[in-house]
Design a protein around this ligand. Structure first.
Ligand code: HEC
Length: 154
């Protein structure tokens, strides 16, 4: 529950930061830090497999909300090489923007389905879908996040 609340409030911070950046030219460091925070909140701590699906409905809905806004959190000028803020966002996010948005849309779809399984309290479906969601995290990181390309060490 607390994780869910934290995720929701982090989403509003992110959205505010994105809007502020557009309107008032708030430093891109704020956007970068806010999106990293949301990424941290969306890692598997927030949503647990092996529990009754309906107990995860709140967190799953929050994740689906964040997933839809994800591309907006990568405005131009906030890549790894663009600012002094520590970031792992690779330049190809902007070089092949349509592809990036397609990968983000796959993720958004997967999280929306996850939220539906949770709302329907379909625990088996939810558990399977959680794997699917995790795959969409990885397929974006492999292409667009620094440090995710190295194969895991044995
Ligand atoms: C559409 C692309 C995309 C998807 C989908 C995506 N990420 Fe990320 N993620 C990124 C990028 C790009 C960064 C680097 C952001 C930066 O450092 O500015 C990142 C960074 C992170 C970080 C590091 C945050 C930090 O503190 O530096 C974590 C953890 C993370 N993602 C987890 C996840 C999880 C878990 C999911 C799925 C539930 C996910 N991500 C889905 C693109 C994505």
């Amino acid at each position: 529950m607390w994780r869910g609340l934290a995720l929701l409030s982090s989403i509003s911070i992110v959205l505010t930061a994105a809007t502020m950046q557009e309107k008032a030219n708030v430093p891109s460091a704020d956007v970068i830090e806010a999106r990293q925070e949301s990424m941290d909140m969306s890692s598997s701590d927030a949503i647990k497999a092996g529990r009754e699906a309906k107990t995860q409905a709140y967190s799953a809905a929050a994740l689906a909300k964040w997933a839809k806004t994800l591309p907006a959190m990568f405005p131009a000028g906030t890549g790894q090489a663009d600012t002094s803020t520590n970031s792992q966002a690779l330049a190809n996010i902007w070089q092949e923007r349509l592809e990036f948005e397609k990968v983000a849309a796959d993720y958004a779809r997967a999280t929306t389905d996850l939220a539906s399984f949770a709302a329907a309290n379909d625990t088996a479906g939810f558990t399977k879908q959680l794997d699917q969601v995790n795959r969409t995290c990885s397929s974006c990181h492999t292409r667009y996040k620094a440090g995710a390309q190295t194969p895991p060490k044995k």
